[in-house]
Design a protein around this ligand. Structure first.
Ligand SMILES: [Mn+2]
Length: 411
């Protein structure tokens, strides 16, 4: 292969094939939503094989469960073996969902190493894969999910508080990666792949993680002209953190929607043409199960149900889609709601839920009988979210975070 031809790379991440295992089942016996994730995975592998890409990078989180059921390992393995059979060098990065915090346990991708699967490279520690190992003119710096227990011994961290440990880890990772960048061959394209958050990234539905303690790769570490492409995983929202710069710093996002938090995100993977200093890439959308949100405008009690019905889609429009209807109305209109009539309109949907939001008068937000002083901070916050018209899922997340913060001030 000539050195001046760009390297074609298919990059995907966050497959999480066992993310949603409840609900209806397919003829195969597998949950239908698992089949959805597997359908995305098949489209990705189909593309890699039919386009004969030079390299596939999977940037971590094959599963949700770090002890995946054997049936899911079989389904994942079948697709990865197709890449191996097509002689496509394939890097499998170990993500946080693939790894136990206990250092002695095997991660979920270990079997590919155990059986020495040809053309498959498991990335479970920081290292650089060289061109001769890969069989293509490219070098890849591998940064799997960094678990504290695997990076430092208990003796090293004894007596330190968490923020110091995080700083020490960051320092250790940064120095190792810098050394790998410095010692790389400057004439061959250099790719960095990591399962991590990076400075400047925007969060999707996993945004709550940001407030936890996790390692964040620094902007200056990865925004380095000696690197030609940064293939990331972990954040479920597709984005190029470099915003069109070189090197592109790309999250392909997850391969299927997990919940309504991702309703507006298109799901897909990335095809990149990697060249020294002039990499280009495109995001390729996947054919995924549609998600629809409907809202009804119901200004008067007299026309309440007819206003709702008028705002609903035709049943064929929502066929096989995950749907929700958001309604806002005063509590005393509740008896006007004919849920069965609405549900009938969504009978061909994959699933359907009604989210009710009861409008309370702005003056009496706390109710007339409740003394503000008698409410706990958590109760006050909860009342605030309700009046701020937040989504119920978001209220749950905010309450959880608030609980964590407030607990630090107790006693
Ligand atoms: Mn992850």
């Amino acid at each position: 292969m000539s050195r001046n031809k760009p390297i074609s790379v298919l990059h995907f991440a966050d497959a999480h094939i066992d993310m949603i295992t409840h609900g209806r089942r397919a003829k195969s016996g597998l949950p239908l939503r698992v089949e959805d994730f597997l359908a995305s995975l098949r489209q990705i592998v189909d593309t890699a094989v039919s386009q004969k890409v030079d390299l596939v990078i999977f940037a971590g989180d094959a599963y949700r469960n770090r002890n995946p059921q054997p049936i899911y390992q079989k389904k994942w393995g079948e697709q990865i073996l197709r890449l191996s059979a097509a002689h496509i060098p394939t890097v499998l990065l170990v993500g946080n969902h693939d790894m136990s915090p206990a250092a002695w346990r095997a991660h979920t991708l270990a079997e590919f190493d155990t059986f020495n699967v040809p053309h498959v490279f498991v990335g479970d520690r920081i290292k650089r894969l060289e061109a001769d190992e890969l069989g293509i003119p490219a070098q890849i710096i591998i940064v799997p999910w960094v678990a504290q227990s695997r990076l430092m011994t208990r003796e090293e961290t004894a007596g330190m508080d968490l923020s110091d440990i995080m700083m020490m880890m960051e320092d250790k990772v940064t120095k190792t990666v810098q050394r790998l960048i410095k010692t790389a061959d400057p004439d061959i394209p250099l790719i960095l792949t990591a399962h991590a958050s990076v400075q400047g990234a925007v969060y999707g539905s996993e945004r709550a993680i940001m407030l936890g303690n996790e390692l964040v790769l620094g902007g200056s570490l990865i925004n380095d002209k000696r690197i030609d492409y940064v293939a990331l995983g972990h954040i479920h929202k597709h984005q190029d953190v470099s915003k069109g710069g070189q090197p592109p710093i790309v999250y392909p996002g997850s391969i299927e929607r997990i919940d309504f938090g991702e309703v507006d995100d298109e799901k897909g993977f990335v095809l990149a043409q990697i060249e020294r200093g002039q990499t280009t890439f495109e995001f390729v959308g996947l054919d995924t199960r549609p998600f629809f949100t409907y809202k009804a405008d119901t200004p008067t009690a007299e026309n309440f149900m007819s206003d709702i019905m008028a705002s609903l889609p035709q049943p064929e429009r929502v066929k096989n889609a995950v749907c929700r209807l958001q309604l806002r109305y005063p509590r005393d209109w509740e008896k006007l709601l004919d849920e069965n009539r609405i549900r009938e309109q969504f009978r061909s949907a994959f699933s359907f839920k009604i989210q009710r939001h009861h409008i309370t008068g702005s003056r009496a937000r706390l109710g007339d009988t409740v003394a503000v002083e008698s409410l706990s901070p958590m109760e006050l916050l909860n009342t605030y979210w309700q009046t701020a018209e937040m989504e119920p899922e978001d209220v749950e997340v905010m309450q959880e975070l608030a609980k964590g913060i407030l607990s630090k001030f107790d006693g």
